[in-house]
Ligand binder design. Structure first.
Ligand code: AMP
Length: 278
């Protein structure tokens, strides 16, 4: 496994690789969810590149950019275990030199859900992914279903800007009790960690109602909200049932629909979602 710390070196190394390259963009502080993306990249390509970059432009001024958990030696040890070929760790000053002013801005699909709570977040995400795609020139890039809106945004950017790669979405990896793995779970205190299972329970409730024939989105949303409200540590930001492609809110549930929620428990705002299929 080779660690690469400059854009020029990454481009030079890439030019020498023949065969398909799988890229897994991350912000580090890795967990089993990230490793699953890397395993998939390794299974589908001779070369796997993992980027670790806590991207300042996707954090709001009051968000946790400075405090975001970081542990590069631990990340590298984990990446060795899944046979990563290259780890790209660019410095912020190289990714965003002084007077940087070029942005990838998607309309509509970024205005709701996470975009409504975190203005500018997806502009930062789309811009950094476009830069990583240009630097690494991957054949495929791997993203987690855990961040459902991010998946929609990246796929749309790649399609509309005619980028030369495929986007692969990997199912959410969960803890044994169902909590979706996330680097921000480390912020949870023990009682909050126990309470956090309420997100998964609410999603299961939605799945169950849908499987039993319920099509009224408002009824499902209401049942989810009622369930979450029984947990005093949970503060709901949103519960959404939306068209999986446009992310427009549905009145009548029809597949593919994405049921997503953001709930604050203690310090972190936790995200999770499921897809309702036929
Ligand atoms: P992050 O480091 O949080 O930016 O995540 C990097 C990538 O890993 C993103 O594509 C995430 O969607 C994905 N990811 C994060 N958590 C999980 C999870 N629990 N299961 C699958 N993928 C995940």
């Amino acid at each position: 496994m080779k660690v690469i710390e400059t854009i020029a070196e990454m481009k030079r190394v890439r030019r020498e690789l023949s065969g398909a390259v799988g890229l897994v963009p991350t912000m580090g502080y890795l967990h089993e969810g990230h490793l699953e993306l890397v395993r998939r990249a390794k299974a589908e390509n001779p070369w796997a590149v993992v980027s670790i970059f806590v991207n300042p432009t996707q954090f709001g001024p009051k968000e946790d950019f400075a405090a975001y958990p970081r542990d590069i030696p631990r990340d590298l040890a984990m990446l060795e275990t899944v046979k990563t070929d290259f780890v790209f760790i660019p410095p912020v000053a190289e990714m965003y030199p002084p007077r940087f002013s070029t942005w990838v801005d998607l309309e509509k699909v970024t205005e709701r859900l996470e975009g409504a709570t975190r203005p500018g977040h997806f502009r930062g995400v789309a811009t950094v992914c476009a830069k990583l795609f240009n630097i690494v020139e991957p054949t495929k890039a791997y993203f987690g279903q855990k961040d459902a809106q991010q998946c929609v945004v990246i796929k749309k950017m790649v399609a509309e800007l005619n980028m030369n790669l495929d986007i692969v979405i990997v199912p959410t990896v969960r803890e044994p009790d169902g909590l979706a793995m996330s680097s921000r779970n480390t912020y949870l205190k023990p009682d909050e960690r126990k309470a956090a299972v309420v997100l998964y329970q609410a999603l299961n409730l939605a799945q169950q109602m849908w499987s039993q024939g319920e099509k009224d989105a408002e009824k499902i949303r209401r049942a989810m909200i009622d369930h979450i409200k029984k947990q005093p540590l949970a503060i709901i930001d949103y519960v959404s049932i939306a068209d999986a492609e446009t992310l427009e809110e549905l009145k009548e549930v029809k597949p593919l629909a994405v049921v997503s929620l953001a709930v604050k428990i203690g310090r972190p705002r936790l995200l999770d979602n499921i897809i309702l299929e036929n």
